[in-house]
Ligand binder design. Sequence first.
Ligand SMILES: Cc1cc2nc3c(=O)[nH]c(=O)nc-3n(C[C@H](O)[C@H](O)[C@H](O)COP(=O)(O)OP(=O)(O)OC[C@H]3O[C@@H](n4cnc5c(N)ncnc54)[C@H](O)[C@@H]3O)c2cc1C
Length: 356
Amino acid sequence: MKLAIVGGGINGLSSAWQLALAGHQVSLFERDKLMAATSSASSKLLHGGLRYLEQGEFRLVREALQERRWWLKKAPQLTRRLPILYPIYADSHRARWQLKVGLWLYDAFAGRRGIGRHRWLTPQQTLRCSPQLKADGLTGAYLFFDGQMDDQKLGLWMAAQCTKAGVQLYENQPVLQLTADGWVLLASGWQQFDRVINVAGPWSQQLLQQSGLPEQPLDLVRGSHLLLPPISRYGHMLEVPGEARIVFVLPYQGNTLLGTTEVRQQLAEPIQCSAAERDYLLTVYNHYFRPAVDSSKVLADFAGVRPLLGGTANASQASREYQLNWQGQLLTVSGGKWTTARALAKQVSRSVAASQ
Ligand SMILES: Cc1cc2nc3c(=O)[nH]c(=O)nc-3n(C[C@H](O)[C@H](O)[C@H](O)COP(=O)(O)OP(=O)(O)OC[C@H]3O[C@@H](n4cnc5c(N)ncnc54)[C@H](O)[C@@H]3O)c2cc1C
């Protein structure tokens, strides 16, 4: 079939690749540069998402852990195994036994070919791994493993797989409108396809709206990160004091990546880290590390918008699952995580095959 994909983020590229491997003739239209939006503003983790276990998202976590292994194996030059500490203090929100259960499940879901099992570290061992962590009240830490990537380069690697598989990739080609019977409006005029796949991430519903098609609810939630000077070669998963949320402090390309936040976003607003988010992140950082840092130490910041399946009041509890929705010959893909892009793409490919 002749297929059009709208959106050159990781989900659009992975879908284009899977569909080309299935023998379709695929054109992908990206309005900007490939991998320039949400997919290059992530926390750079290839992970199952330990915290999603608390929300009972077992299917998603298991799938993401399998996908984590796939990315680490297929692109070792752009990915690595990252040791992460979850320190526990006398006043931590989660008890040690809760973490133990979660990490046991995490390892079990990763399977026998996982990337390393968790273990408990004493306070002394913890501080040897991360000397700037606050020692007061520290009862120890769990050490576990996840994957880390250069999200933009890994996405461009996927673009190269697309090209090899015969996908036509078009940058700076915004899709202005769609129809449910396979028409796509580009600056050069209308083109017809057998199926159109709308994978425009946070903009997928806006595109439906400007095409006069019914929309599905999508919660748009900005997440910001700060880049700070290096502190440790271990990552940290840290509870935000007084909240159920967690924040990551990760070694990244010689510096420290601190994130993220959850702030409702309108598409008309600029996607950038606000002063309030910067303060929030630095406050969490200074709760855990010595010496304290202030804004003058921030080397850079960036922000992206999560396109989450709609309907939850609390963004941190919103599902990271994905959904496919057909309207005639038009398939809209919503939600998802970076790590599960290939699994999402396989489902897109199966759904397109079933629509014939
Ligand atoms: C702060 C933050 C941290 C995250 N951290 C992680 C993490 O560590 N690990 C993880 O697994 N996941 C993470 N995620 C989730 C992950 O980044 C996203 O789920 C994923 O990148 C979404 O990819 P996408 O391709 O759907 O969207 P996008 O990357 O946004 O791609 C959509 C593309 O569509 C294009 N587009 C829009 N409208 C049009 C149009 N009309 N015509 C043509 N093109 C159009 C856009 O320009 C864009 O390039 C994070 C998300 C955020 C926001």
